[in-house]
Design a protein around this ligand. Structure first.
Ligand SMILES: *[C@@H]1O[C@H](CO)[C@@H](O)[C@H](O)[C@H]1NC(C)=O
Ligand SMILES: *[C@@H]1O[C@H](CO)[C@@H](O)[C@H](O)[C@H]1NC(C)=O
Length: 221
């Protein structure tokens, strides 16, 4: 005795299909409504560990201030394809908070001109401060000759020198790297020196009155 395999159920009529699609759409909408807050929650959980320390540590994050700077020499020697430079700056750090001890380590500063780094970053002694209004400063000087690869890089430096001389101001960038209470923070300081005050032989100094440094992209130094 054999029984025929059961027939597949008859295809649902059109109305059933439409109802099922509506149902699926409703379930999908409900799921999306439930999942959206879940996705936000997940995003917060994933991002919080990296964002929170930044937000919480921001109050301890001190941008250096260039209290003063002097430029004595900035010239390009075409024969040697090198920039001769001599400048100095005083970097000041104002502690914004009286509640916490602020610790700055890994302090390094490096000048660059027209995208060309001038020498190696100079390491500076760290700072530790507690107390509102406490401030500390570090003096740094850079001098020497920086070889520039002939070609595009050298042309960029020569063009920048000509342009700055015509405008009347040499703009030197100083990159400052710090680790503040364990968090890396890099800064860019733009120093402007009256070009006319810089003697070709380094006998006179152009003075920069001071200015705040801004946050720089991490790892730029
Ligand atoms: C840079 O300038 C200072 C101040 O004029 C001078 O004492 C120093 O010798 C100069 N450094 C170099 C390498 O020329
Ligand atoms: C450097 O140049 C200035 C003029 O720009 C001149 O007065 C001075 O005597 C020069 N100094 C030296 C050491 O050559």
């Amino acid at each position: 005795m054999s029984t025929d395999p059961p027939l597949p159920p008859p295809a649902s009529p059109r109305g059933g299909g439409a109802r099922r699609r509506q149902c699926v759409a409703a379930v999908a909408a409900a799921a999306a409504a439930c999942l959206a807050p879940l996705a936000v929650l997940l995003a917060v959980l994933v991002l919080a560990p990296s964002l929170l320390p930044r937000l919480l540590l921001r109050p301890h994050h001190v941008a250096p201030y260039v209290a003063s700077a002097e430029l004595r020499l900035l010239a390009f020697d075409a024969a040697a394809s090198a920039v001769a430079y001599n400048l100095s700056a005083t970097l000041r750090f104002d502690n914004p908070s009286g509640l916490y001890t602020w610790r700055c380590t890994g302090l390094r500063a490096a000048p660059s001109y027209a995208g060309q780094r001038l020498g190696d970053a100079t390491p500076l002694p760290g700072l530790t401060r507690r107390g509102a209004g406490a401030r500390d400063a570090r003096a740094v000087a850079w001098a020497g000759t920086q070889r520039v690869p002939p070609g595009r890089r050298a042309r960029a430096v020569v063009a920048a020198l000509a342009r700055d001389r015509a405008v009347g101001w040499y703009t030197v960038k100083v990159a400052v790297a710090t680790v503040q209470n364990g968090v890396e923070s890099d800064f860019a300081c733009l120093l402007s020196f009256p070009a006319a005050a810089v003697a070709r032989n380094g006998s006179a100094a152009a003075v920069f009155d001071g200015g705040r440094c801004v946050d720089a992209v991490l790892g730029e130094i």
